[in-house]
Design a protein around this ligand. Structure first.
Ligand code: FAD
Length: 381
């Protein structure tokens, strides 16, 4: 089969549509959202109406039934507009709606997936705890079955969409004696009795994103809200590798934004009587940025292609894309600050925000160290 590096006409049209939407409907909200550290929640129904929340879900759930590549186009364009907003949308679709679609009962799909795709309800995934991040099997949250309900106790932290989500998929031990395999996943409604605290977390970057610590004290979860039972946790986590790829696409978009700004600035700023872009030190930096971004982009879309085929390269390439895009975005954002000199360090231009936002790329959706672990394992080491 020949290699074809061109997007289809449909994918190109989709990119134009999302770019247009991003620049007209989202970009004007960014400054305030970043300043007030408040996600503009009203964009969710709009994203739903445009079909952006259901890109790869089948039509029967309100989706548009397109592919992972199109989803990456969306994530890349969103990352180019604002990383914080992009992260919340990705957490909703890839981390919350996807598990309901893959593992949910018909009733759960009806209640959470369909309105989720419409943007009428927002989802979150609660896996990380104060004492367990990369080592998810070490979580302490428990759920005990009692009188047709589960009683959930524990604390989750760093949860994207945490304060604003209508439902949170929560990982908890239903059998503590079975390390790892005794974990189940529950759909917890935001108004469930015993869901006592949603504490906002302030961050270095991604300030427009909603991030929270969540506290469950004898939280009552109806039996029918069990999403994945014991033994299914590892498999369920493995399916989340799709989120890793869209996360990497978001990093490419953020890199692109930093690059575009630095390029434009370098053509306008003068020093020693000429545009700074004419200095080889600056032009080579910009050329290097373009090369690295393009390489990361190729890896992301290759990973999306493998994911779509569900083949044996999917896991390895997803981790490669996530790892490399995280390295690239941090390097590009740092160099973009350098191209702007003092203005790169000030808040007048968005480059300092890109620099702060870039750091997260190597932490969420599996740290860069964990991506190395996965890649090495896939190489048979
Ligand atoms: C803004 C933000 C949003 C987030 N959103 C969510 C969310 O929506 N839902 C959710 O559940 N979580 C979320 N997280 C949590 C995120 O997934 C974790 O921070 C991440 O998995 C790392 O876990 P940790 O912070 O506990 O670090 P640790 O696991 O304690 O790691 C600390 C350091 O040790 C390294 N390390 C750990 N184990 C190994 C190993 N085996 N080999 C080599 N190095 C290792 C790590 O790479 C890291 O450098 C979010 C985090 C942030 C900052």
């Amino acid at each position: 089969m020949p290699i074809d590096f061109e997007f289809t006409e449909e994918q190109q049209m989709f990119r134009d549509t999302i770019r247009d939407f991003g620049e007209n409907e989202i970009a004007p909200l960014v400054e305030e959202a970043e300043k007030n550290e408040k996600f503009p929640k009203h964009i969710f129904p709009k994203l739903g109406e445009m079909g952006f929340l259901g890109i790869s879900f089948p039509e029967e759930y309100g989706g548009v039934g397109l592919d992972k590549i199109t989803e990456c186009i969306f994530a890349e364009e969103m990352g180019r507009i604002n990383a914080g907003i992009a992260m919340c949308v990705n957490a909703h679709t890839s981390l919350s709606c996807v598990p309901v679609y893959k593992f949910g009962t018909d009733a759960q799909k009806e209640k959470y997936l369909i309105p989720g795709v419409e943007g009428k309800v927002i989802g979150a995934l609660g896996l990380t705890e104060p004492d367990a991040g990369s080592d998810a099997r070490n979580i302490r949250c428990t759920a005990v079955k009692k009188d047709g309900r589960y009683i959930l106790n524990g604390v989750k932290t760093w949860i994207t969409n945490g304060t604003m989500a209508e439902f949170v998929i929560v990982a908890a031990y239903t059998d503590k004696t079975k390390k790892g395999t005794g974990i189940s996943l529950f759909i917890v409604d935001a108004d469930a009795p015993g869901f006592t605290e949603k504490n906002k977390i302030h961050k270095l970057g991604h300030r427009s994103a909603d991030t929270a610590e969540l506290v469950f004290e004898n939280c009552e979860v109806p039996e029918e809200n069990l999403l994945v039972g014991e033994g299914g946790f590892n498999g369920a986590m493995a399916t989340l590798l799709g989120a890793r790829i869209t996360h990497a696409a978001k990093s490419v978009g953020l890199s692109q934004a930093a690059f575009e700004f630095a390029l434009q600035y370098s053509k306008e700023r003068e020093a020693f009587g000429k545009q700074i872009s004419k200095f080889q030190a600056i032009s080579f930096k910009l050329a290097e940025m373009a090369v690295k971004i393009e390489s990361a982009r190729l890896l992301v879309y290759k990973a999306a292609w493998h994911y779509g085929r569900d083949d044996k390269e999917a896991l390895k390439t997803a981790s490669m894309a996530k790892l490399y895009a995280a390295d690239v975005v941090q390097w590009v954002a740092t160099e973009a600050v350098q191209v702007l000199g003092g203005y790169g360090y000030g808040v007048e231009f968005p480059v300092e925000r890109y620099y702060r936002d870039a750091k997260l790329a190597s932490i969420t959706e599996g740290t860069s160290e964990i991506q190395h672990v996965v890649i090495a394992r896939e190489l048979g080491i």
